[in-house]
Design a protein around this ligand. Sequence first.
Ligand SMILES: Nc1ncnc2c1ncn2[C@@H]1O[C@H](COP(=O)(O)OP(=O)(O)OP(=O)(O)O)[C@@H](O)[C@H]1O
Length: 357
Amino acid sequence: MTLSVDIHHKLGMFSLDAAFTADGGVTALFGRSGSGKTSIIRIIAGLTRPDRGRVVFDGTVLADIAKGILVPGHRRRFGYVFQDARLFPHMTVSQNLDYGHWFAPKPERSKNRDPIVEMLDIGNLLHRRPGALSGGEKQRVAIGRALLSAPRMLLMDEPLASLDEARKAEILPYLERLRDETKIPIIYVSHSIAEVARLASRVVVMRDGKIEATGLAIEVLSQPSGTQTFDRREAGVLLEGKVESASELHRLSVVALKAARMSVPGITHAIGKKVRVHIPARDVMLATIEPAGLSALNILQGHISWIGDATDGMMEVQIDCGGDAILSRITQLSCERLALEVGKSVYAIIKTVALEP
Ligand SMILES: Nc1ncnc2c1ncn2[C@@H]1O[C@H](COP(=O)(O)OP(=O)(O)OP(=O)(O)O)[C@@H](O)[C@H]1O
């Protein structure tokens, strides 16, 4: 699957100029509020006609304004999941799902809906109405409804944004199953680095209606914020490794990175499985001598490879730990006190590491 978008569109004072391609897996459209993410997804969905440009899906031209081509939204066969579930309140969950099914082309409609109901774990909700569901349950039903229309691609516009942290944590594993089991390509709009780090294979970073960066998630998300537009407080790195061992007793997995090894909470992955670990820069402290007597499990030795400029008294320091680059966000004062400079040997004390499937 390849989606290629090259469009220009004006919305009042706002000007959208975006060109990117997405292939299989999850492509995150990432950027601050007002950067133009929803406008792009509406153009892909066929809900907005761009002023100029083209949208092509797998060789089929969906929009080519110069040639007067504009395939209407309902013919594009894309599933759409919004921030709020937008279920029909007067219908039961089962009837909401039937509605999605009705949009599937006839040969696909005969397919059993049970696997989707099971994957999203909504079998026990089928007779309820949306008013009697939690926010997370509603979103699962909305995803089910979109999937039952047998979409060629799923467009998800901040599907977790209206949920609290607990509901987000509850629904993320379902999104992972969706990604891994259905293989339907997904365009996923989000302004949360944590969500993007967990779900996306590719990232398109937007700012003020323009594309600022695009590439593999592990590359784009690991760039220091001095060279990127991420909210500095959200800076961090995403590293690839393999599960080397797991301790049932301590509920910890050891992940081998390029050179370093890391203990990560959770034992949900098989030994040998390729995984990603996300390390927020704000959770990495630095020491110039080897620390002892700390509760932190991960203390890595390395050399400073980059130091960013100070902003509001905070700075980012990149540490090369044998080929694994880790980012630390510390105060300018600490940087001065420790006399940090490029090339200096340091220990990175990592407070939290999350395992991303
Ligand atoms: N119909 C419209 N008329 C004028 N301006 C609009 C219209 N729709 C959107 N905009 C403006 O276009 C810009 C991009 O909006 P858009 O919703 O695409 O951003 P976003 O990145 O999805 O933001 P958010 O994360 O807050 O949803 C915003 O500045 C918005 O105010």
